[in-house]
Design a protein around this ligand. Structure first.
Ligand SMILES: Cc1cc2nc3c(=O)[nH]c(=O)nc-3n(C[C@H](O)[C@H](O)[C@H](O)COP(=O)(O)OP(=O)(O)OC[C@H]3O[C@@H](n4cnc5c(N)ncnc54)[C@H](O)[C@@H]3O)c2cc1C
Length: 374
């Protein structure tokens, strides 16, 4: 009998737990630990901020969904792990002290390093959690004129919601008859489309931005935020009346000082095994792979890790290999919605599609996820 601990109740942890429950016989014990019993479907948070869906549409109860799959659920905060003694140290929650394991899947996501941007906490909105998305939604409701600045800080690694927010704001202001009273600027530390790796992405984004009259300010690495301006380290400033910024991302602090991470992102090989320790896998935003941090990557990595962990329990070598693909939709709200696909490791040419279909596909994907996992 093996004790398998899965840390993190996001896309990576949930899919890893589900796949392991399918592949391992009942004699093995599966436990998922996460700080909240709510699963949140993050890609819907832009729509939540703009009042296009309700909280109950974007979240479900993890304890119930895990129990139906014979996975124990523990609501608790993980303080640190000891991969050499094979123990997880719990800070507080439904259990206390140390949880021993035989095998571990680490899926604690990334940390928002807001402290790296002076004044971020006091002066900027973001929408990377339910509370912050709802708070930003209230600010949008009270915003009728001036300059809206939407963007990301260096190392934010999640461009999709930046563009989706700018497009949604433009549409909302049009509906309210206020579009001409508001200037919208998207700011980025890079050139347009460079995070998606291809000139076709740049062209598709430019088409959509132009259709909405949205300005794009490239090469603008934000260093601090004052009550009225976002400022770079060389003193360039852009004034705002409404600011939504994605802060820098770091990996999980739980692995700090263990020698298994760079910049707190966990080093894994392409079987999703953590390098330098035994019986430990890592999946999702927490791993040290290049490119954007996306939910579909976490899902695929979790599937690979579950197959290989089940094989390891049976004494077999890894059976599945991960290939690092970017596959995403930027929902523009209409016919300029963009689908992008690229194999990041093989440097394959970026494939780009644009049209209303992709907005519908993204919403259908959300419904499918909820039906399949809740
Ligand atoms: C607004 C927004 C829009 C997005 N749009 C898209 C999109 O269009 N397409 C796409 O593919 N991806 C999108 N993403 C990215 C996607 O949501 C993430 O890549 C995905 O959530 C990563 O999954 P994960 O399981 O690795 O991490 P997470 O989803 O972050 O899950 C980590 C889990 O670990 C828990 N946790 C963390 N630390 C601890 C601790 N110390 N103790 C206990 N529990 C802990 C957290 O509570 C959470 O449950 C979007 C994200 C956001 C925020």
């Amino acid at each position: 009998m093996a004790k398998v601990l899965i840390l993190g109740g996001g896309f990576g942890g949930v899919v890893a737990a589900e796949r392991l429950a399918e592949q391992l016989s009942d004699e093995h014990q599966l436990t998922l630990v996460s700080r909240s019993r709510k699963f949140v479907f993050y890609p819907a948070l832009v729509r939540l901020a703009f009042g296009k869906c309700q909280l109950e549409d974007v979240s479900f109860d993890l304890r119930e969904s895990m129990l139906t799959r014979r996975v124990n659920f523990i609501e608790a905060e993980v303080a640190r792990i000891d991969p050499f003694e094979r123990r997880v140290v719990i800070a507080h929650g439904e259990v206390e002290g140390k949880l021993p394991y035989d095998f571990l899947i680490f899926a604690l996501g990334r940390r928002l390093a807001t402290e790296r941007i002076t004044g971020f906490y006091e002066n900027a909105h973001h929408l990377l959690s339910v509370d912050k998305a709802l708070k930003f939604g209230k600010a949008i409701a009270q915003f009728h004129e001036g300059h809206a600045v939407i963007g990301q800080c260096p190392d934010a690694r999640l461009p999709v919601p930046v563009y989706e927010t700018a497009f949604a704001l433009s549409r909302l202001l049009k509906e309210r008859g206020e579009r001409e009273h508001v200037r919208i600027t998207v700011v980025s530390p890079d050139a347009l489309g460079s995070q998606f790796g291809g000139s076709d992405a740049t062209a598709a984004l430019q088409t959509a931005l132009d259709a909405h009259g949205i300005e794009f300010l490239p090469d603008f690495p934000i260093h601090k935020v004052t009550p009225s301006a976002a400022v770079t380290s060389d003193g360039q400033a852009v004034d705002f009346n409404l600011l939504m910024l994605l802060p820098p991302f770091h990996g999980s602090p739980v692995v700090l000082h263990l020698g298994i991470s760079d910049n707190e992102y966990v080093n894994v090989d392409w079987t999703m095994r953590v390098m330098g320790v035994e019986r430990m896998y890592a999946v999702g935003d927490c791993v040290n792979f290049s490119g954007p941090k996306m939910g579909h990557m976490a899902v695929r990595q979790a599937e690979v890790a579950a197959i290989n962990l089940a094989a390891e329990i049976d004494g077999h070598p890894p059976l599945s290999h991960y290939s690092h693909e970017m596959r995403l939709v930027i929902d523009e709200g209409g016919s300029d919605s963009i689908y992008l696909h690229k194999d990041i490791w093989t440097d394959e040419t970026l494939s780009v599609r644009q049209g209303r279909f992709w907005k519908w596909a993204k919403h259908a994907q959300e419904k499918y996820w909820e039906a399949a996992h809740s």
